[in-house]
Design a protein around this ligand. Structure first.
Ligand code: ZN
Ligand code: ZN
Length: 314
């Protein structure tokens, strides 16, 4: 089988991978389309020491031709954490294409049956690749009450920043997207205020909620400057390295800081199905699986939009 294999320091397309065999509770899917995520780029450079097939944002097909997406946390379902309903935090979990489980940049992939969600007919494959990251954006709405009374800043004009912006806008919150690139800020669309990082200097202590989607070591320091006293900072991205921030404003201004990771697939699927969110402007390029190495180079270019890999039956 073909697959994009990460050896812990680089990636390459292999054609000699063994066919995946479903373990208990798993089902085998044929992969149709898979996205290259910033996490994949980090894994390819050795982040988390992952060895195996990459890929966690994908559209697959069952043996009877039903198109599906799959949640990425493969939890045990029986430990105290799982029984408390916190499956995404299961200490025994593997994570698809990230931790201890081969991912979907391949002809075929196995996933737990309980993680599978059917994709509605008129959500196309390319849009459906965004279900996983869009679900992560919806996680914020499970953690915080957002409505028209909330002034919210999203830091970072990359893909996750855009998805969080659109999700926050659906709640009625007054959203300002802050980033470095005017062309990418413009993708936010109507109804969203935009500001460059420089312009945000004038917005100190202005926001009830600030979500850091920068993936940068300086994001938290910027968020601490923008959030009002007793406001909330949402950390949405992990950072390769340590945050460079003086934490004393958290105490002095009694700021709440919350972490936010994976979210509800049904909400993401509903938003794509209704057309409430259109992710297609975020797609930069589409490659065939055979050109995966080229696709990774394209995804790693500065300011790249989402790169997709199409997997023809093979
Ligand atoms: Zn991802
Ligand atoms: Zn568990």
């Amino acid at each position: 089988m073909r697959g994009v294999y990460c050896d812990g320091s680089s990636i390459r397309l292999r054609r000699d991978l063994p066919e995946p065999v479903p373990s208990d509770g798993e089902t085998l899917l044929s992969v149709r389309v898979v996205g290259v995520c910033d996490t994949d780029l980090q894994l390819a450079r050795g982040y988390m020491g992952f060895r195996g097939v990459l890929g966690h944002e994908f559209v697959g097909e069952t043996d009877v031709g039903i198109r599906v997406a799959a949640e990425i946390n493969n939890s045990c379902g029986s430990c105290p954490t799982c029984r408390a309903g916190l499956n995404t935090h299961c200490p025994n979990r593997t994570v698809l294409g990230i931790l201890g489980h081969d991912g979907a940049m391949a002809d075929r992939v196995c996933v737990p049956r309980v993680n599978v969600h059917v994709i509605p007919d008129h959500v196309g494959d390319h849009a459906a690749v965004f279900i996983e990251p869009l679900a992560a954006a919806f996680r914020i709405t499970e953690q915080l009450a957002l409505d028209a009374s909330v002034a919210m800043a999203i830091l970072g004009d990359g893909k996750l920043g855009q998805l969080c912006t659109w999700v926050a806008q659906l709640t009625g919150a007054r959203v300002t997207l802050i980033g470095k690139h005017l062309a990418k800020l413009a993708l936010a669309g109507t109804g969203v205020s935009i500001a460059t990082l420089e312009e945000s200097q004038a917005l100190a202590r202005h926001f009830d909620v600030v979500a850091d989607c920068t993936g940068s070591t300086t994001g938290l320091a910027t968020a601490l400057r923008l959030v009002r006293p007793c406001g909330t900072i949402v950390l949405k991205t992990t950072v390769a390295g340590n945050h460079a921030a003086d934490l004393s404003p958290i105490v002095i201004n009694e700021v709440r800081v919350i972490g936010s990771r994976c979210g509800p697939f049904p909400k993401a699927i509903a938003a794509l199905e209704s057309g409430a969110i259109d992710v297609r402007p975020l797609i930069g390029a589409v490659f065939s699986l055979d050109r995966a190495e080229e696709a990774f180079e394209s995804a790693a270019a500065k300011g790249a939009r989402k790169v997709l890999l199409e997997v023809e039956a093979g």
